[in-house]
Every structure is written in structure tokens, then in C-alpha cells.
Design a protein around this ligand. Structure first.
Ligand SMILES: [Zn+2]
Ligand SMILES: [Zn+2]
Length: 138
């Protein structure tokens, strides 16, 4: 067999090869996001999207995972587009410095996990009302 399946690299439940941020704040306000919350958000993604998010977080330590799967109601409240990939558990948002987001966007565009992966559906750095962030859908 050529190459190892991604599961061999990223087993679930997770043994993370990098440190989770102890506290991550959106726009410097609101409650700090605990590592437990971080893990919860990861668990709500589709397995394929989760692999991409883990790959990106492992490659780009300067970014913070701030939003994953959303209910239809939650998506509407945060100004998400109708039919958002977030509702399907296939999108993730990340905050970080301008440089970190640009760096991560380049990695996200190139990143592939496993055979048959065609890369991301969307890679955007934008502000939909909650602050500038990197949005990637897989
Ligand atoms: Zn993929
Ligand atoms: Zn998004």
C-alpha cells in the first residue's frame, strides 16, 4: 500500500501533536475558549473536515479555531450565508494575525488529506460582522 491513511496520523479520539491554546478569545472579548470547547468543536466536524482542520492547526500554530459546525439558527445569528458549509460541519473559521491568516490560507489551499482529496471548496479571509477571520470549507 502506498502512503499511510490519514487515520494513522490523526487518530480519533485525539492525541494531539501540538499544544491547544489554553484560552482563545474572539476579538479580545467574550468568554475564553477552553481546550475542552476546542475539542468539542473538532468532534462536531465531519471526519474529513476534521483531518484538514487538524492538519492546518498543526502546520500553522499562529491561528485559533473559533467556529465549526453551526445549527441553522446559530448560522443565521452570526450572519452566515444560507446553505453555509458550517451547517454541514464542513467549514471552520480561524482567527490570528494578518500574517498568520495569510500563511494559513496558503496552506489550506494546498493541503490534501488522503487519496481522493481534492482540496478545499472555499478559502476566504473576510469579515462577516464578527471580525476578520479565515474561513475554509472542505
Ligand atoms: Zn480533503
Ligand atoms: Zn466560516
Amino acid at each position: 500500500m502506498r502512503g499511510r491513511p490519514p487515520e494513522a496520523t490523526f487518530a480519533w479520539p485525539l492525541t494531539l501533536a501540538f499544544d491547544l491554546p489554553q484560552t482563545t478569545r474572539l476579538k479580545g472579548k467574550g468568554p475564553p475558549m477552553s481546550a475542552v470547547h476546542y475539542t468539542q468543536m473538532l468532534s462536531e466536524l465531519t471526519p474529513h473536515t476534521r483531518l484538514h482542520v487538524l492538519q492546518l492547526l498543526g502546520t500553522c500554530p499562529g491561528i485559533h479555531f473559533t467556529s465549526g459546525r453551526r445549527s441553522v439558527k446559530r448560522n443565521r445569528l452570526v450572519g452566515g450565508v444560507k446553505g453555509s458549509w458550517h451547517i454541514k460541519g464542513r467549514a471552520a473559521d480561524f482567527t490570528g494575525s494578518t500574517d498568520a491568516l495569510a500563511h494559513a490560507a496558503r496552506h489550506a489551499a494546498r493541503g490534501r488529506v488522503g487519496d481522493g482529496c481534492t482540496g478545499p471548496e472555499e478559502v476566504l479571509i473576510h469579515d462577516t460582522g464578527s471580525g476578520v477571520h479565515l474561513h475554509v470549507a472542505w
